[in-house]
Design a binder for this molecule. Sequence first.
Ligand SMILES: Nc1ncnc2c1ncn2[C@@H]1O[C@H](COP(=O)(O)OP(=O)(O)OP(=O)(O)O)[C@@H](O)[C@H]1O
Length: 405
Amino acid sequence: MSKIKVKDLYLIFGFAKNQAMKMLKKGKSKKEIHSKTKCTVAVNNANLEIQEGEIFVIMGLSGSGKSSLLRCFNMLNTPTSGSILVDGEDITKMDRKQLLNLRRKKIGMVFQHFGLLPHKTILDNVAFGLEIQNIPLQERYAKAKEVLNLVGLNGYENSYPDQLSGGMQQRVGIARAIAADSEVLLMDEAFSALDPLIRTQMQDDLLEIQQKLKKTIIFITHDLDEALKLGNTIVIMKDGVIVQQGAPEDILLNPANDYVKDFIGNVDMSKVITASSIAEPFRVKITIGKEGPALIYRLMERLNTRLLPVISNDKEFLGYIRKKDVLNLILSKSTDLNSILIEIPRIREDMSVSDTLPLFINQNYPLTVVNENNYPLGYISYSDVVSLVTGYDEEEVKTIIENAN
Ligand SMILES: Nc1ncnc2c1ncn2[C@@H]1O[C@H](COP(=O)(O)OP(=O)(O)OP(=O)(O)O)[C@@H](O)[C@H]1O
């Protein structure tokens, strides 16, 4: 279910917004518009749908408009035109009071530099969002303690922010947003100020908290590894424009342009891409009893495949047959396809990979991709994997493999 829907959203900074908008609609660039009108186009025609309970990551180079867009989601920036529906309600049309309510209750923000109140204790910092909602003291302390527990900070209730490390302070920032029961969390480079080890830990913690709470999180980061680890959806921005949006794997496998390619240039594909995403679906499943070995062999030749799944008459999956076994059958003048059927347990051990697992490149060709019920989804070839990981094309990979043998 979609939590937030952004339609035709523009955000222009500066006075001559109308003139800037006209130029934009005529296709003028951000640079041209700036030099003529002194206006900055920060968000240029954004259309997005953010699903309830997902982590939605926004990436892009510095100045590409990430923060500007994020700050539209709680109306800290007022869009120049377009709409933002949160649970179906257009927040760009809300009055001051409604907006205050929105920020207090529905949409919380976690800042890069924590934004804690230095003179308040950790407990009071976390309870602050509840204090401004006029929740009675006991109730807000009880809630704050519960959330501090959740982020692993029990025992620090009476400390002050400067007594805590950066990672701990950011936990307080997250706890504060969670305590207010915000359904949506906006996180602007929330982990960027932390050193790498703490940062990784915080990412793990956020995923763990998210498993329990299922908030809708919009997360800005410069860091691709962070985006891939956290994001259910990733959007990539350039000059205010969303150049690509999709699941991490979509973006890695089909980058929309060179800008996106540059972003993903250094990723270790084998760590990120799951087997099912590159599996080629079986085009044909054969039914045992219907075709003889010669026919099947010709079919495998035509399909250029070394493995075929076999199903029974009532469509139950039985196992696989290999091309070389079919050939042996023909040579021995037998037609007993059952004798060469490789059943699921062997496939599972020798030749299959779970659809959710990242790839391993040291597997035998071809690798069958199975779902949790061992049902074959498709197959991947060793050369496909190597080609993906190394960036060489298929022919080059074949040569490399042949030379290596
Ligand atoms: N309040 C403002 N007034 C005028 N221009 C602004 C304002 N805020 C941002 N901009 C401009 O809008 C554009 C987008 O900036 P924004 O901060 O959203 O980018 P960003 O992708 O978040 O960058 P960073 O990663 O450096 O935070 C930039 O050209 C920036 O200079």
